[in-house]
Design a protein around this ligand. Structure first.
Ligand code: 13P
Ligand code: SF4
Length: 300
């Protein structure tokens, strides 16, 4: 009898002493085979704690880079080279350095959805789960924040005592731009609880019942039975797996194309070849690690 691809992956994983981490937006079959499925913060913490020799990160590049910075001595594999995040690409270190000149003394908080080079010039990194607490922890009143301007605006509402400067002014994720206010109103009219990611534009955040990271959505979902979720579509699969008796509806057009690049075949190939092995210059690892360690220490 031929061995299934799932069994081949499990066998390879044991032979190579690897752990498979997967983000909540990964394809269902990838979520099913992963050792841990979670949000950016949960996965970064797991990567830091990993005792296996190899971390296979089913997600996008900034997540695998963060795992590498936390664990420079380990091999971190991203199964598809070039699986990126168009939001992360909207910020450069030069933009942050320019903002620092314009606002002397302002601390720089960068969202984990950013390049390692940007993290290297940041004082602090945050995820959507702990962004408000990260900004609260800054010593300066003015805080430079990039690249997601929607998350920056959400945090500004949560932390009114700070002045947040978004860099760039209109940085955003295309996946979270597909929703309309009418979608939220309609869902509520139908008796559903609405929950949105803080990367959603203000008009969606203003109408949703709850705003939460993808890990936050997992925790909030215990509180109700019929949900409409405003984030990437695979989040509905994740929630349905955890809560089979509850209802989760989602906009099927909210698709993160890069998260869909990792297939079982790509995962198997990566375990066989050991590629794509994430590498970063030593000075970038050194400069970024303090800001990422601070992120891990800040509660959601
Ligand atoms: P979470 O950290 O909430 O999982 O978000 C990651 C992300 O890329 C959202 O688009
Ligand atoms: Fe980046 Fe948006 Fe995809 Fe999240 S959903 S990884 S922010 S492109």
């Amino acid at each position: 009898m031929t061995e299934t691809i799932q069994n081949r992956i499990r066998r390879l994983k044991t032979e190579k002493n690897a752990i498979i981490l997967a983000h909540n937006y990964e394809l269902p079959e990838i979520q099913d085979i992963a050792d841990v499925v979670g949000d950016s913060l949960e996965l970064a913490i797991k990567a830091k704690e990993a005792t296996e020799e190899i971390i296979v990160f089913c997600g996008v590049e900034f997540m695998a880079e963060t795992a590498k910075i936390l664990n420079p001595e380990k091999k971190v594999i991203l199964p598809v080279k070039g699986a990126g995040c168009p939001l992360a690409d909207q910020l450069t270190p030069e933009m942050l350095l320019e903002a620092k000149q314009e606002y002397p003394g302002a601390e720089v908080v960068v969202y984990v959805n950013s390049t390692a080079e940007c993290k290297a010039v940041a004082d602090l990194v945050c995820t959507s789960a702990n962004a408000a607490n990260a900004v609260r922890s800054c010593r300066s009143k003015t805080v430079i924040f990039g690249p997601d301007s929607n998350l920056a605006d959400y945090v500004q509402g949560e932390v009114p005592e700070k002045i947040i400067i978004p860099v760039p002014k209109t940085g955003h994720c295309y996946v979270h731009a597909v929703f309309t206010e009418d979608d939220v109103r309609e869902a509520k009219k139908n008796g559903r609880i609405t929950i949105c990611h803080p990367e959603c534009p203000k008009n969606i955040r203003d109408h949703a019942d709850i705003i939460a990271s993808t890990g936050g959505m997992v925790r909030e979902a215990v509180k109700g039975d019929r949900w409409t979720i405003f984030t990437e579509k695979e989040m509905a699969y994740r929630l349905k797996t955890l809560y089979p008796d509850k209802e989760f509806s989602v906009n099927e057009n909210a698709i993160c194309r890069d998260m869909k690049l990792t297939t079982l075949k790509k995962l198997e190939e990566a375990l066989i070849s050991g590629e794509y092995n994430v590498t970063l210059p030593d000075d970038i690892i050194q400069k970024a690690s303090g800001a990422i360690e601070r992120m891990i220490a800040i509660k959601g």
